[in-house]
Design a protein around this ligand. Structure first.
Ligand SMILES: [Mg+2]
Ligand SMILES: [Zn+2]
Length: 221
């Protein structure tokens, strides 16, 4: 029996970054009706794809530069992220960013780190019309009816459980569906409640140093 290969699916907003960038953009530009949409997503009255698409459609593309600059300038990276990447490189852990965020802030922020672009999954954006239009290049497959937008479960399923030890790192609603599939969840914030509720195998974390320490412990077992 050969050992399973470890793979990490890591969320971006509120996980790699300290804050949720979509919420930060909306709070800063305050387009009419954005807060209702957030409420509806969190309470699951509308899907994540629907909510995020409708929120960005409230923003005029005439403010593109301001929005992009604000999003990138606002980002704070969670402590230990560079160290986690180095650890994964050393330990040959496959590291993917699976983000429900948008390309115009995800790629520029991650360009500071040695992550190949094809290991980053996020949503797209189109600024060619009057309002921002979000694109969904990684929408749900036939196994997921969650209308995720960026479907983490579709990506996770490409790495079968009999060959991979699957690890998810996340914090919130965009991680719920994926968390149910994997072997181990590193959770913070709202995702902790879900893991508790469903008795998933999880570890709370605050920094990526906590994650590295626990990955080491898991290896020793
Ligand atoms: Mg998140
Ligand atoms: Zn999905």
């Amino acid at each position: 029996m050969t050992a399973k290969k470890r793979i990490i699916f890591c969320d971006f907003d509120g996980t790699i970054t300290v804050n949720d960038n979509i919420v930060a953009i909306m709070k800063h530009f305050r387009p009419e009706g954005w807060d209702k949409l957030v409420e509806q997503v969190v309470s699951k009255q509308i899907s994540i794809r629907d909510g995020v698409g409708r929120m960005f459609a409230l923003l005029p593309t005439s403010r593109k530069q301001e929005i992009v600059d604000y999003a990138i300038g606002n980002v704070q990276i969670r402590s230990g992220f560079a160290e986690l990447l180095a650890y994964c490189e050393r330990e040959q852990i496959h590291f993917l960013v699976t983000s429900g965020g948008i390309d115009f802030f995800v790629y520029p922020v991650l360009s500071a780190f040695p992550i190949p672009k094809e290991h980053i999954y996020c949503n797209g954006s189109d600024f060619s019309g009057p309002q921002i239009r979000i694109e969904w290049p990684h929408a749900c497959d036939e196994h997921c009816d969650n209308d995720c937008g960026m479907c983490k479960t579709a990506i996770i399923r490409r790495y079968p459980a009999d060959q991979y030890e699957r690890i998810l790192i996340g914090d919130s609603v965009t991680d719920f569906a994926g968390a149910k599939l994997v072997d181990t969840v590193f959770a913070r914030a709202h995702l902790i409640d879900l893991c508790e509720e469903l008795s998933l195998n999880y570890r709370p974390f605050e920094t990526f140093h906590d994650v590295i320490n626990h990955l080491e412990e898991m290896k020793a077992r």
